[in-house]
Design a protein around this ligand. Structure first.
Ligand SMILES: CSC[C@H]1O[C@H](OP(=O)(O)O)[C@H](O)[C@@H]1O
Length: 380
């Protein structure tokens, strides 16, 4: 077999530009986003002055990833309030920007509730805006703390499942600092293994069609000096067949009450491969991604995205030719099926790792207990 263990990343420079930050220049508060559609070629920042700009950034995946969507949604409510826009209208637009990641609506609700509680107490719009900002900042901090704890729980689980270290981990999409207030979810576990000298290889699925793995996970792994190898999504099966995968680590966008996991499209086939090859399939997500109000996988709304993301390759310098302005890889007018996510049933998930601990096997009761431990009511 060809040399699988190619050159690992050698740039120890951590991602210097935060995925999101709130600033208060003289002309008024702004939300500054690292535009993830421009990575890895360019680190370009988007400055949002209102909720509609943020809704557009969420829809284009300039800002993305379940936990970060929650943080962005909360800051978006605070931004609308601070700039005197209609808060309820902004909150509804933000919560509806993408349907699958439950974190987005959770984050929006936390900031909106804080605003409304302050106003209900007799505070003016300014006090309401400050309360919304405080709620967004608290969520940001909580997510960073959750990331650290998930990494600890995940590393311990890898040690139990794979004694002896030298882990070869396959991951899908992007679950690092670019989706988090901290170092991410599944990627944070792989990073902890790297720091502990236990990561032999991070196999990075490119993750068609938007290439979050190739563009973003490789970008983060290189900057962390991790040993990583990029592969096409189609090549994952042959890696399992060659015995080159010790565990799969992925994130989640919504976990239903029964333990069904919605995550980037391509996750479900990996779960089937992992089961067939007796490889642990581990989901890493904060408790805010568990949705007790969605009973099962069939109840999860899976975002359907534009066909041009499949029929064209994004290339900023590409001549405008198809619907999306990229380089056509299919005849103009080709219809495409482009679900952003798929759903993995709980029986194919070895464990769900959260900041509150690990659920394995994955059961509704186990998840409910975890939510209760975090102080969130687990109702069916
Ligand atoms: C741990 S959140 C990252 C999660 O979000 C990604 O989706 P998208 O890039 O469309 O926001 C993907 O499902 C990742 O697992």
């Amino acid at each position: 077999m060809a040399d699988l263990y190619g050159q690992s990343g050698d740039d120890k420079r951590p991602t210097e530009v935060p995925a999101i930050r709130w600033e208060e220049p003289p002309e008024g508060p702004v939300l500054v986003l690292l535009d993830q559609t421009r990575l890895p070629a360019e680190e370009v920042e988007l400055v949002c002055t209102d909720a509609s700009a943020l809704v557009e950034a969420i829809g284009s995946l300039a800002v993305r990833g379940a936990p970060l969507l929650g943080i962005a949604g909360a800051y978006g409510v605070a931004l609308a309030a601070a700039r005197g826009f209609a808060v309820d209208e902004a909150a509804d637009a933000l919560a509806g920007a993408r349907p699958t990641a439950v974190n987005l609506s959770v984050g929006v609700r936390r900031a909106r509730d804080a605003y409304q509680a302050e106003v209900a107490k007799g505070g003016g719009p300014e006090q309401g805006a400050r309360a919304a900002l405080a709620a967004a900042r608290q969520l940001h901090r909580e997510d960073a703390e959750a990331s650290t704890r998930m990494a600890q729980h995940g590393l311990a689980l890898l040690g139990e499942l794979l004694p002896g270290g030298g882990h070869r981990i396959l991951t899908h999409c992007n679950t690092g600092a670019l989706v988090s207030g901290g170092e991410g979810t599944a990627f944070a576990v792989a990073l902890a293994a790297h720091r502990a000298g236990q990561l032999r290889r991070l196999w990075v699925d490119e993750t068609r069609p938007l290439l979050q793995g190739a563009r973003l996970t490789a970008y983060e792994a290189a900057r962390r000096g991790m040993a990583y190898t990029l592969l096409t999504d189609n090549a994952a099966g042959s890696l399992f067949a060659a015995g080159e995968v010790d565990a799969v680590l992925i994130g989640a966008d919504r976990i239903a009450a029964d333990g069904s996991v919605a995550n980037k499209v391509g996750s479900y086939p990996l779960a089937v491969l992992a089961r067939y090859h007796h490889v642990p399939f581990i989901v890493v997500a904060p408790v805010t991604t568990v949705d007790p109000h969605t009973p099962d996988g069939a109840s999860i709304e899976v975002e359907q995205r534009p066909g041009f993301e499949v029929t064209e390759m994004a290339a900023p310098q590409a001549p405008v030719s198809g619907a999306g302005g990229g380089i056509p890889v299919a005849p103009l007018g080709t219809q495409a099926y482009n679900p952003a996510f798929d759903v993995t049933p709980p029986e194919l998930v070895t464990a769900i790792v959260t900041e509150e601990g690990v659920v394995s096997p994955v059961t509704a009761d186990g998840l409910a207990e975890l939510c209760a431990r975090s102080g969130r009511a687990a109702t069916g």
